[in-house]
Design a protein around this ligand. Sequence first.
Ligand code: FES
Length: 192
Amino acid sequence: MDPQRRQLLITTSVLGAAAGAALAIPLLSSLAPSERARAAGAPVEADISKLLPGQIMTVEWRGKPVWIVHRTTEMLAALKQAEAHLVDPGSTRPQQPDYACNAHRSIKPEIMVAVGICTHLGCSPSEKFKPGAEQGMAADWPGGFFCPCHGSQFDLAGRVFKNMPAPTNLEIPPHRYLTAARLLIGDDAKTA
Ligand code: FES
């Protein structure tokens, strides 16, 4: 290749790379704030339209798992059954917003929303929804969650049983319904 042509090719490549960089910078700077906001705890939306009774789904909010459980009529009845054995059945301690200070610890009785992190040392409890001994629990187990790390047990509203390592109920995050099927986790401005 003659030297003049080679120089032309080099110049074209350099200009092309510079133009690419100029395009990339605005794109990156437009993405960065939302990523930062997400990391800092922006609310997240959950579509619960396909969550059937008895099922659980998990969404991530502020790096934590948030459980959404569609409780059945039987599960709601089990909440009553567990009450005598719970540390804080009336949710008087500050693990939930005001609108979750009720027997079911939620806005709608059938939908539970809770942070899936054990209040002892932060392990992730497992779901043990079936009452009785079928899932390796005691025969009088009413259904709930079991923390495999040190054995804490929580009912189907995330309330801790007495004499467990975990001192308090699971945390209920701020949340509200955008529609019947869309939940916003991390923002309850119109609910509180
Ligand atoms: S971390 Fe759950 S019982 Fe210890």
